[in-house]
Design a protein around this ligand. Structure first.
Ligand SMILES: NC(=O)c1ccc[n+]([C@@H]2O[C@H](COP(=O)([O-])OP(=O)(O)OC[C@H]3O[C@@H](n4cnc5c(N)ncnc54)[C@H](OP(=O)(O)O)[C@@H]3O)[C@@H](O)[C@H]2O)c1
Length: 271
């Protein structure tokens, strides 16, 4: 579905760049079919050089003839961008927004016409094509628009879809913010290794690959994480002592509270 489609990315920052380079590396889109924009000439020039696609600073020049327009600017800049492009966008085009906390209804109202809108919440590992993106359709987007959006984000990792937009707040708190929690866990595990005499580089590699491999086990086997944990925990073995220390520290409740707190913050943003 994506082959031959013309794509504009408004806001070629961290996320915009990750999407463009993922699409290019997947060979589904020709570099001549992608155009981007930034706010400043200097960043436009650098992004164009880095990605090998055209990057402008005038959003209005991006819209004509595009099948998909992706908005990847900061949430507070979205209304300004919508006001700039609203008269140029047509209902035949698909608008995808990755802006955290910006509702599809807000975008639809900002456009004032029935342009299909899909809201996406990607995360940072999109940079290494191991991202997790969750999609949610607006009022005028149908299954075809969701499928097209799924193809875009499949170029940078896994994709899931939710029907209820309210779920985008816990999604933002879990997979959107989640890499930060994972980095803290990796850093802390590595610190434990260092405390027990491992060189820091090796300790960090061990911690990161252990999380990566364990995550792959959950996704590939489809097994409940508790069952996989039990498989590692041999009777009277080493692991159970580690688990006892973790439970004493309250890691489970801490992680649950992290997702709860970040969800509340996502709900309160832009309201
Ligand atoms: N970072 C994450 O992990 C993450 C995860 C999920 C969703 N998101 C969402 O993704 C969006 C982008 O985040 P980011 O981390 O990629 O931000 P970023 O790195 O700061 O990138 C923002 C980009 O927008 C450009 N820009 C600013 N005003 C513009 C305008 N009026 N017209 C065109 N381009 C404009 C900036 O250009 P200049 O550099 O020239 O100023 C920059 O290239 C945000 O809405 C965020 O909520 C981020």
């Amino acid at each position: 579905m994506l082959k031959g489609k013309k794509i504009a990315v408004i806001g070629v920052g961290m996320v915009g760049k990750a999407i463009i380079s993922g699409l290019l590396r997947s060979h589904t889109v020709d570099p001549r079919d992608i155009i981007g924009s930034t706010a400043h000439e200097e960043t436009a020039r650098k992004a164009a050089e880095e990605l090998g696609v055209e990057v402008l600073t005038d959003n209005r020049k991006l819209i004509g003839g595009r099948d998909i327009v992706i908005i990847s600017v900061k949430p507070k800049t979205v209304p300004k961008v919508l006001a700039e492009i609203r008269d140029l966008l047509e209902p035949e085009q698909l608008l995808i927004s990755v802006a955290a906390a910006v509702r599809t209804r807000t975008i639809e109202e900002g456009l004032g016409k029935p342009v299909p809108v899909v809201r996406a919440m990607p995360n940072m590992p999109c940079l290494v094509r191991q991202g997790m993106t969750v999609l949610c359709a607006g009022r005028f987007a149908d299954r075809g628009h969701l499928e097209l959006s799924r193809e875009v984000f499949s170029a940078v990792g896994r994709v899931a879809v939710v029907d209820d937009e309210e779920l985008m707040d816990p999604v933002t708190a879990l997979s959107g913010a989640g890499p930060a929690y994972a980095y803290i866990i990796i850093e802390a595990l590595a610190e434990g290794g260092v405390k027990m005499g491992l060189p820091r580089g090796l300790a960090t590699e061990l911690a990161a690959q252990t999380l990566l491999g364990s995550a792959a086990m959950v996704l590939e086997t489809g097994e409940h994480p508790a069952l996989l944990k039990d498989m590692v925990t041999t009777p009277a073995g080493v692991t159970v002592d580690g688990i006892m220390a973790l439970e004493e520290g309250g890691i489970r409740v801490d992680l649950i509270k992290a997702v709860m707190a970040a969800t509340e913050r996502a709900r309160a943003l832009l309201r």
